[in-house]
Write a protein that binds this ligand. Structure first.
Ligand code: TXA
Ligand code: MG
Length: 313
C-alpha cells in the first residue's frame, strides 16, 4: 500500500471521509484514526497495528457537545473533568450509546472519549465531520510515536495517509479516567495527574493494575523497545558501558554510558522517554538504564510506562 505523507489536514480528512485510516499528530502521541461510526474503517486500524480485537479504542472529538451523542450519561465526576481539562491530554470513560459500533469499544458497554488540545487534530476531526476512533500510531507492542518519523517507521505502507505535524508536546499517552462510578478512577496515569484530579474530587484514586483489568490495554505488551530496560543503580563508575544507554534526571548516573539523555525536568523526562527508546533501538543499544522517579505528579505516568517496559521483556 502506498502511503500519502501530507501536511494538508484536508487531504487527511478526505481519507477519513472515504472510510480509510490516517495517522495524525496530537499533543500526547501520534494516533491512527478512522471514522468511529464506520465499523469497516475501524477494523483497518486493528489490522494495521496488529492490535488484539479485545483492546478498545479512544474516540476523539472536536466539540464537547458530541460527548452526549457518544455517551449515555455524563456523570457528575465526568462533568468536572471535562469542564476543567477538555480539550487536553485526558480521556474519560462513560457508558456508551448504541450509535458507537462494538468494534470500537471491543464489546464493552463503556466508551473512552478524548478531545485533544492539538489544533491540527481537532481540525482533522472537524473536516472529517465525524468522531475519530484512534489508538496510538505504533505497531502493537512498540513505544508510542511522538513524531511523524516514528509513525513512518511503523506504519509506512500499512496505512494510506500520514498527516505530518509537530512533535508531541507531552510524549506520553493521555490520562485515562473511569468516570462511570461515584468518583473518578485513573486507569492509566498521564500528564494530567492524580493530584490535579483530586483538586476536583478528593475521592479520586489511581487504580494500579491488580486483579481484574478494567482498562483492557493494561494487560498487553506495551511501550517496549527491543533493548532490555532496567532501573539504574545509584552508583557511578568510569567503566565504559558499550551498547548501554542511560535516561534520567541525574547527570552523575550518566557516566560511562555510550548514549545518554539527561532530562531537565520530570516533564522533559516524560516527553523524551519513548523517542529515546526508539533511538536506542535504531543504533543497536542492548540495555537501557532508566532512573526511577517518585510516583508523584507525572512521575506516576513515567513509572507506569517504565514498569511495563521492564515487565514485558
Ligand atoms: O493520548 C492518547 O490517549 C493517544 C492519542 C492518540 O489520543 N491514544 C492512545 O490510545 O494512547 P491507545 O489505544 O493506545 O490507548 C487507549 C487506552 C488503552 O489502554 C485501552 O485499553 C483504554 O484506553 N480504553 C479504551 N476504551 C476503554 C474503555 N471503554 N474502558 C477502559 N479502558 C479503555
Ligand atoms: Mg497505544
Amino acid at each position: 500500500m502506498q502511503t500519502t505523507i501530507t501536511n494538508s489536514v484536508k487531504i487527511a480528512a478526505d481519507f477519513v471521509k472515504k472510510g480509510e485510516v490516517a495517522a495524525f499528530p496530537t499533543e500526547t502521541v501520534y494516533g491512527i484514526g478512522a471514522n468511529a461510526y464506520d465499523e469497516k474503517a475501524v477494523k483497518k486500524i486493528f489490522k494495521a497495528k496488529g492490535r488484539p480485537a479485545d483492546n478498545p479504542l479512544i474516540v476523539h472529538i472536536a466539540r464537547k457537545k458530541d460527548i452526549s451523542v457518544l455517551a449515555k450519561e455524563i456523570t457528575p465526576s465526568a462533568k468536572k473533568i471535562i469542564s476543567e481539562f477538555f480539550p487536553g491530554p485526558v480521556t474519560v470513560i462513560l457508558k456508551k450509546n448504541e450509535i458507537v459500533p462494538d468494534v470500537v469499544t471491543a464489546g464493552l458497554d463503556t466508551i473512552a472519549i478524548r478531545m485533544p488540545a492539538s489544533k491540527i487534530a481537532r481540525e482533522l476531526i472537524k473536516l472529517s465531520g465525524v468522531p475519530i476512533a484512534a489508538p496510538s500510531a505504533n505497531l502493537s507492542g512498540s513505544p508510542s510515536p511522538t513524531n511523524f518519523i516514528h509513525v513512518l517507521r511503523d506504519m509506512r505502507n500499512k496505512i494510506p495517509c500520514v498527516l505530518v505535524g509537530p512533535a508531541a508536546r507531552y510524549g506520553l499517552e493521555s490520562t485515562v479516567i473511569d468516570c462511570t462510578g461515584k468518583y473518578p478512577v485513573i486507569l492509566r496515569p498521564g500528564n494530567i495527574t492524580l493530584e490535579q484530579i483530586r483538586k476536583l474530587d478528593m475521592n479520586a484514586v489511581y487504580q494500579k493494575r491488580v486483579g481484574k483489568v478494567k482498562s483492557p490495554g493494561q494487560k498487553y505488551k506495551h511501550y517496549s523497545p527491543k533493548a532490555k530496560v532496567k532501573f539504574v543503580k545509584r552508583e557511578t563508575s568510569n567503566v565504559k558501558r558499550k551498547k548501554e544507554a542511560y535516561i534520567g534526571l541525574t547527570k552523575k548516573f550518566a557516566k560511562g554510558f555510550e548514549v545518554t539523555k539527561v532530562c531537565r525536568s520530570i516533564e522533559d523526562y516524560a516527553k523524551n522517554l519513548f523517542s529515546f527508546f526508539r533511538v536506542c533501538d535504531e543504533i543497536g543499544i542492548k540495555t537501557i538504564y532508566c532512573e526511577k522517579v517518585s510516583e508523584k505528579g507525572i512521575g506516576a505516568a513515567i513509572m507506569n510506562r517504565l514498569n511495563k517496559a521492564i515487565i514485558n521483556q
